[in-house]
Design a protein around this ligand. Sequence first.
Ligand code: NAD
Length: 476
Amino acid sequence: MEHLQEPSFRQSVDLMFNRAVALMDLPPGLEEKIRVCNATYTVRFGVRLRGQIQTFTGYRSVHSEHMEPVKGGIRFAMSVNQDEVEALAALMTYKCALVETPFGGSKGGLRIDPREYEEYELERITRRFAYELIKRDLINPSQNVPAPDMGTGEREMAWIADQYARMNTTDINSRACVTGKPLNGGGIQGRVEATGRGVQYALREFFRYDEDKAAAGLTGTLDGKRIIVQGLGNVGYHAAQFLSTEDGALIIGIIEHDGALIDPKGLNVDEVRAHIAATGGVKGYNQGTYVAEGLRVLEHECDILIPAAIEGVINMHNAPRIVAPLIIEAANGPVTAGGDEILRQKGCVIIPDMFANAGGVTVSYFEWVKNLSHIRFGRMQRRQEESRHQALIDELERLSADKGLGWTLSPGFKDQYLRGAGELELVRSGLDDTMRAAYQAMRHVWHERDDVTDLRVAAYLVSIDRVAKAYRAKGL
Ligand code: NAD
């Protein structure tokens, strides 16, 4: 298989798109309009650091503006290039349509290894990159709203928001120019965990359907299921942590950039993360077996494989050796089009990235709405909800006493019932609802249409149809 030519990330996304549109009846020309990337801006800028000017290259790609603002993360990595940014921007279009967030698709990236720089240097570089994008409305609350991605987080988003506010001093909605901000900088509770939480909700929904589990040869619940996760960053850590501590799954393998850990009894995700934070990798961790060639662990036996690091890790070369019956694409594009074909033929069920990792953009949407409405979710209703619940409890207790019924409410029930939902509960509820609705839309197409045999094509069909309808509504 070594001689096989792997398509680029961009080509992979196009191939998957083509497989779906072949099953659709779009008006002539619309298919091409949806597929192409509208614009990609490349910027090279200099920053004076350590006594000399260093030049950096960054991108912001806008794939589709059928809805505005467009939305998509900003990635800091040495591997960033135009092809990758465009592929990721396209995925954002389909992802937003699938989970019904009212955005077009975009993505940005800066070619940089953030670990090479001090914090104050990174701040100068980020602000300068943001300045270049803001100047051209490629960061703007009503036109283009970035978010974190690989190599960026709350800190970078706070710098970007501040840079925008400095350049737009009278824009009352300036905080909505970027999402994934820290809580005290206009962020929302539950955003950091959102993508990993979404992966958990996606798996829970999958496991609600016997027919879907049967397609992967699985039964039962998530309890006791053996999981291997690649990448213990924001997405991988939260997914693995929630699935192991809340659903009883066993994290039997963790693959990181310096190797992997395996333990059939299940690894403690928090402890492994602390070890990575302290030492920079998984090597030297005192539990389980360390495997230097981490990628080979993707091929180990497990029930669920969660690639949550980078694209292209499952491809034509290793797909024949992958034995996991269920793969959930927490990263963007971890399975190439070639790998996808091999796995499908083997009967592996793949929960596709555009759905699986949509938790991030979903909660980003909530954050953007919060910023535009200038009020925290739940602030108006919470106490009112509590007082209505209190009235019901009082009435039940009065009835019980009056009639001598001797009713007592079970321990914990009263507390749980009386507590009105705060922002975090509302965000989680909105995310759960979104993931369930999107999964149901996908599985409906998967099971109803004879010509659809996998969830990825089903996801593309749902989202392309919605994008096409949006274009048609605009008169295109
Ligand atoms: P991150 O930088 O927090 O974590 C990435 C992790 O993967 C790090 O721990 C890194 O060491 C590890 N890693 C990198 N290369 C690896 C390799 N070759 N093998 C094994 N491990 C490797 O990034 P993240 O935000 O968790 O993003 C991960 C993926 O999820 C990306 O594909 C990203 O586009 C996607 N995603 C992220 C979000 C989000 O909200 N952060 C939302 C949607 C999709």
